[in-house]
Design a protein. Structure first.
Length: 570
């Protein structure tokens, strides 16, 4: 198992490459007389700011490992392993990325914020078309706001710095700003960005009006501002530029997997609908569909390289961190049993899973599972089959005649009994570890629909627009519409929406925020077990875990953080 090392090298990089012209200039010390003159300078400076996108994508990969639905196996890859276990301290959240600028995998960092500040401090010196300049400014304000939101939500009060500095900001004696004031700043920045950004993005890796509004709606929902969350989600919907990714036909590869052993099809059309739903959900993440995918609002884009570039996170590791060793993966992030149990039955009813003891008996390890074991996976939501590798689940698109069998123990194998196939693109199946160019979605339209549904339900209970938003998501995967009789009250619909978010957005980072904002972490952050009922990880929860401590290195460099640290219970 190789140790992941992601040092955020301070280079002016393009969105899919780099430009040697600026390698000679440390970005925090670029001389104004030699730079910030032409539109090309502005473009290079803008590209540098998109390092924030790569930082955040890595954090979002691991966020759900700090929640109940994912197990982060390796503590040297992120702090998620410690956070989930309740082993949370200023030392354990340091992560792996203690570089010269004090950046951490948990997200407490200022180097990329300083790049944004540098851009905003100097862009007015550039001679270029004013409309294009304002759009560039909007992109940078969006990126900086996104980063500040993540820092404030994870750590609470953090220093707010809006001008560039030539010194290491973590060494400065900066007083933390109240979390509420940081969020006010963030929302105001996103408002301004939405006014300046184009309605049609240059590409989905660049900020747009829809991205600013979608992020604003996400933040408002997280902080309980339901009226504004519903309004901004509706504004994204009204743009008319986004919809759910849906296939209209099936390829020969799409139907190679035999799901008749798990799903009872009523007729041929039912089978076609099932496969269309499964493949639509799964293939929305494929690189080949990126340019035509109307669901993508903002993604982190990577490139394919001939070999893994340590210290540079320009390539995607999604295949590597999700897949088992037999598919060249590390099993870094694997589904827990609670993730598997959450998927609905195919008729839309809540699934009642096996208890741990019964599951272990039927699994019959190390022998062949009892046929009754597989009943637990029959006639389930198509998103289960598209997202989870469980024993017996085929995946011919990734490898001919492949069927997953859990290999208990051994390096780079799952400890939970399952692996993720969600977010994995078979286009990179033949590449060694960490070489893919697959993008990671930071904002997609399905979340906007879920944000709208939850916010509207919290404001006044169910109405037809809430059902319509939810039914779009269900229809995409050939699931029945929400039963208005069963889910006709505000509380009943609230529970459905919460589980729908878990299923639809699982392993995209949202669960970390959801269990904290809903105040259910103490209920769900329980110890996890594999299918043999063996303990995988002991998990505990304390109320102060809602906020993380500042990394110890940050406190050592800036003692003004210590009072806030103590107030958080660390």
């Amino acid at each position: 198992m190789k140790k992941l090392i992601f040092l955020y090298i301070v280079l002016f990089v393009g969105l899919a490459g780099c430009n040697d012209q600026l390698n000679q200039y440390p970005p925090n010390q670029i001389s104004t007389p030699t730079f910030w003159k032409t539109e090309n300078d502005a473009q290079l400076g803008l590209n540098a700011c998109y390092q924030i996108s790569q930082e955040m994508a890595y954090d979002y990969w691991y966020f759900d490992g700090a929640a109940d639905i994912t197990y982060a196996q390796y503590p040297w890859e992120s702090a998620a392993t410690y956070i989930a276990a309740g082993n949370i301290s200023a030392a354990t959240v340091n992560g792996i990325d203690n570089n010269a600028n004090g950046d951490y995998s948990t997200g407490y960092s200022y180097s990329t914020i300083n790049l944004c500040n540098l851009f905003l401090d100097n862009i007015d010196n550039v001679q270029m078309d004013d409309a294009a300049k304002q759009a560039y400014i909007g992109e940078v304000r969006f990126l900086r706001a996104f980063k500040y939101f993540l820092m404030a939500y994870q750590f609470g009060d953090v220093p707010l710095v809006t001008t560039s500095s030539t010194s290491d900001l973590l060494n400065n004696q900066l007083t933390p700003t109240k979390e509420s004031d940081i969020i006010t700043f963030v929302l105001n920045e996103l408002d301004a960005a939405a006014q300046a950004l184009p309605a049609t993005p240059v590409d989905v890796s660049r900020a747009s009006q829809g991205a600013a509004l979608a992020l604003k709606a996400r933040i408002e929902l997280i902080y309980g501002n339901y009226a504004d969350a519903a309004k901004d989600a509706q504004a994204v919907m009204n743009l008319g530029k986004y919809s759910l990714f849906k296939l209209s036909s099936l390829s020969a590869t799409d139907v190679l997997d035999d799901y008749s052993k798990f799903v009872t099809f009523s007729n041929d059309q039912d089978s076609i609908n099932f496969y269309l739903g499964l493949r639509s959900y799964q293939e929305q993440y494929y690189k080949s569909n990126e340019s035509s995918n109307p669901e993508l609002i903002f993604v982190t884009m990577y490139t394919t390289m001939p070999q893994y570039q340590y210290y540079q996170n320009f390539t995607s590791g999604l295949n590597t961190v999700h897949l088992p060793s037999e598919l060249n993966g590390w099993s870094s992030l694997t589904p827990t049993q609670s993730m598997v149990d959450a998927y609905w039955n195919r008729d839309g009813s809540t699934h009642v899973p096996l208890d741990n003891a019964t599951r272990a008996t039927l699994y019959n390890y190390p022998n062949t599972p009892d046929p009754a074991y597989f009943n637990d996976f029959k006639n389930r939501d198509p998103r289960l089959y598209a997202s989870i590798l469980f024993t017996g689940n085929e995946w011919n698109a990734y490898q001919d005649a492949y069927s997953f069998t859990w290999s208990k123990g051994g390096p780079n194998n799952s400890q939970t009994g399952y692996n993720y196939r969600k977010l994995v693109d078979p286009a990179y199946a033949s590449l060694p570890e960490y070489l893919g160019g697959q993008s990671f979605p930071l904002l997609r339209y399905a979340e906007v629909l879920l944000t709208y549904a939850e916010a509207k339900n919290e404001l006044g209970g169910p109405d037809q627009t809430v059902y319509d938003a939810l039914n779009q998501i269900r229809d995409r995967v050939s699931m029945p519409p929400v039963d208005k009789t069963t889910y006709g009250s505000q509380d009943a619909l609230r529970q459905l929406i919460r589980n729908e978010r878990l299923i639809e957005l699982g392993e995209e980072g949202s669960r970390y925020f959801d269990i904290r904002r809903w105040n259910i972490a103490s209920q769900v952050m329980t110890s996890i077990y594999d299918p043999t009922n063996s303990l995988v990880q002991t998990r505990t929860w304390q109320s102060n875990f809602v906020k993380l401590p500042y990394p110890q290195v940050a406190v050592d460099r800036n003692p003004s953080l210590q009072a806030a640290q103590t107030a958080k219970g660390y």
